[in-house]
Design a protein around this ligand. Sequence first.
Ligand code: GAL
Length: 843
Amino acid sequence: MIMKRLLLVLIFLFLVTVVVGVNVTYDHRAVVVNGQRRVLVSGSIHYPRSTPDMWQGLIEKSKEGGLDVIETYVFWNLHEPVRNQYDFEGRKDLVKFVKLVADAGLYVHLRVGPYVCAEWNYGGFPLWLHFIPGIVLRTDNEPFKAEMKRFTAKIVNMMKEEKLYASQGGPIILSQIENEYGNIQSSYGPAAKSYVNWAASMATSLDTGVPWVMCQQQDAPDPIIDTCNGFYCDGYKPNSENKPTMWTENWTGWFLSFGGAVPYRPVEDISYAVARFYQRGGTFQNYYMYHGGTNFGHSTGGPFISTSYDYDAPLDEYGAPREPKWGHLKDLHKAIKLCEEALVATDPTTTSLGQNVEASVYKTSSTCAAFLANVDTQNDATVDFNGNSYNLPAWSVSILPDCKNVVFNSAKINSMATIKRFVATSVKDEVSDSKAVSSDWSYVSEPVGISSNDAFDKKGLVEQINTTADQSDYLWYSISIDVKGDEPFLHGESQTTLHVKSLGHVLHLFINGQLEGSAIGIAGQPDFSKDFPITLKHGMNKLDLLSLTVGLQNYGAFFDKTGAGITGPVELTGGSTVDLSSQQWTYQIGLKGEALGLGSGGSSLWVSGSPKSQPLTWYKTTFDAPSGDTPLAIDFTGMGKGEAWVNGQSIGRYWPAYIAPTSGCSECSYKGSFGPTKCLKGCGKPSQNLYHVPRSWLKSTGNVLVLFEEIGGDPTQISFVTQELESLCSHVSESHPLPMEAWSQDKSTRKLKLESKPRVSLKCPHPNQVISSIKFASFGTPQGKCGSFSHGECQSTTALLIIQKACIGSRTCIIEVSATTFGEPCIGVVKSLAVEASCALNT
Ligand code: GAL
C-alpha cells in the first residue's frame, strides 16, 4: 500500500516536472524548444554593470526591442572574492537578475565561463587562484580543474535549487563553458585538447537539462555546440551537421580604453551583419553588448579599460535607448520574426543575382522567405527577383518575408534618431547657485612614500601583482640615496637622469616628496621605460616610486601571468651609471587612506579646504541628490587621475587627464568591413570625462562624495550633469520600406497586409513630455544628419507648418512621406522628409 502511494507520488512529481519543464535540444537548423525549432535574438546585459533598480527597465527595453534571450556571463571573482566565501548580494544577485528576465517572459543564456574575458579584471578569475601551489590556469591541470569544477557546480546547483533551468520550468535555455579558448589554445600544447574535453564532460555531467555551448572552439566535443564570435559570422559552420549555426557575440561597438578615442559601430553595418547571418542559415544571434553599462569599483580588466563600458550598445551606459540603433534593430527583429516559419522549415537556397548580389530563399510548399544582399562596398544595385525589380544599396540586405515585399533594408532607417547631451545641473549651496558639485570641501594629504607599519624591506625589485595580490592598485617602491658629491652619476656635463623600466601600468615619481613626473603605458602596451631628468641635493635624497595597476589583463594565452610594476632596471645615469635595481628597497602595499577607509568618508583627519594641483590628495564633500530622475553623472573636468566614491561605493577609476590621440576620428562609412578602429570619435579629448553616479546610491540629502587624486586637480570644478534630450529626428525617403507596424501577417493566408505609406514617426521618450518645437522640416531632397539637416534643391514650402500642426503639443506624431501630405515640389524625383524636433515637459 505504502509502496503504491509512493509510486503515485513519484508519477505525479514526474508529470509536474514534465508539464512545467521545457525541453530544450537542438538540431542542425536551430535550438529546439519544446519540439519547435526557434529563431532567437539575444542580447548581453552583464548584471554587475548596472544596479539592481535598473535591471527591470533594461530587460523591458530589451523585450520591447525584440529580444527573446538575455545573455550574461557569471563573474567568478565577484562572487568568490575570498576562496570559499561567496557573495551574491546587491549587484551580485545573479538569481534575482535571472528571475527578472523570467518575469519578463524572456529566456536566459548563462555563460558560466568561469573564464569570461569581458574586459573584466583578470578575465573574471579570482586572484587567489594564482597563488594555489602547482596551479596552471586554463589547461589540463588538476588544481585548476578542481577549482573550476567547484565554482561551475556551485553556480549550476544554485540555478537548479531555484528551478531556473528551462528543464525545470525556468528561463535558462543555454549555458556556456569556457570562453574563446580556441583562439589561444595552441599556446598550451597538447594539454589544451584534453582540457577542452574535460571541460565539456565536466559541464555535461552537471546535468542542467539544457544544451551547453563553447564559443570560438571549433573542436568542441559533442554534445557541446561550437559557436562563433565576431563582427560578422555569416558563413560560420559548426563542427557537426547536427549542430545549429549560432553567433554568441556580435560586437555592437567596441570597448573604450583610457587614452583611446571612443569607438562606435553604425547600425547600418550591424543590421547588415545580422541579416546576412540569418540569410546564410544562422538561427541564434546575440548582441555583445545590448547594454554595456559601467565598470564600477575595480571591476575593469585591461589594463586601461575605461570605467564606462558603454560599448555603443543599443541601450546606452545609463540604460536609455540609443537611437536610431535600438529602433532600427527592433525593426530588423520584427522582419526576421516574420520569416521565422520559413527559416526553421528548411535550409536556404542561394543564387547569384549579379556581381556581389545574392538571393537566399527559404521555401517550402506552404511558406517562402527571401533575403537579397548586396555585399558590394560601393555600388548600389537594382536586381530582378521573382519577376520584380528591387533596389539594393551597397552593403545592404533586404528582407522579404513573403518572397515579394521588402519589409526591411539594413541601410534604410525608418526609426527616429535622437541627440542626447549631458547638461550641468545647478547645485544650490549657501554661497552661490553654482554648477559645481560643491564649494565646500575638506581634504587629507596622502603621505608620499612609506607610512605604514606593514611596509617591508627587500633586496631587489619585486613584481607588483605577486606582491599586492591586487588588494590595492598602489605599490610604493622607496629608496634613499646619500649624495656626497663624488658619485659617478654626478660626473660629467650631462644632467642626472633616473632611468626606470616597468611592466606598467602607471608610475608617479617623487623625489624628496615632490612629484617629478609620471610614466604611463598605453592599451596594448602597458610596459614602458622612462628617463626622468632629476636633481639630487647633497645629503639624503628620498626616491619614492608609486607604481599602479589600472585593471588586470583579461585576454590572451597565459594572461594571468602578465606581470606589472617596476621590475627594473632602475638606474641613475650622469657621466656613468649606478644600478639601483639590486639594492635594498622598502615596499608598501596600498595607501594610508585606503587602510583608513577614507573612501567612505570616515576619519577625523579631514581638514577644511580644497587645495588645487596637489598630488596625492583625498577630497571629501557632501551634497544633496540633484533633482529629477534622468541619468546622473559627474563631469570630472578639472581633475587628473584617481578614484571616486559615493556614499562609500566606488563609482570607478576616473582619468580625464588621459587624452585620446588627435587623429583617427575622420568620417567613417558603414559600408565595408568593420573593425575596432574604423569608427572613432572624441579625438584629442579626454577618453572619459563623465562618470555614472547611480541614482539608487543616493539619499535626498547628506550624500558623501570622496575623491582620491593622484596627480593634482581642482575638485571645485567638477559638476553634476544629467542626460537630457536635445533633439528627435527622422529622415525617411519615399523609397524606404513601409513602417514595420504596417506589416502584419494574415495567419490563414500567410500574406503580408499593407496598411500605409513610408512615414516619419517621432516620439518623446518620457510620458510626461510633448513635442515643443520643430527645429527643421523639409520635404523634397534634404541633406545631412540629425542636428545638421539642410534643405536640398527641391523642397515643399508647406512642410514646416504641416509638421508643426501635426506634432506640437503631442508626445507622438506620425506623418506620411508623400506628396499627398505636402504637395508636389518636384515631379519625378524621389523625395524624402527630414524633421528635427525637441521635447519639453507637458505643462
Ligand atoms: C571577446 C570576448 C568577450 C569580450 C569581447 C570584446 O573576445 O569573448 O568577453 O572580451 O571579446 O569586447
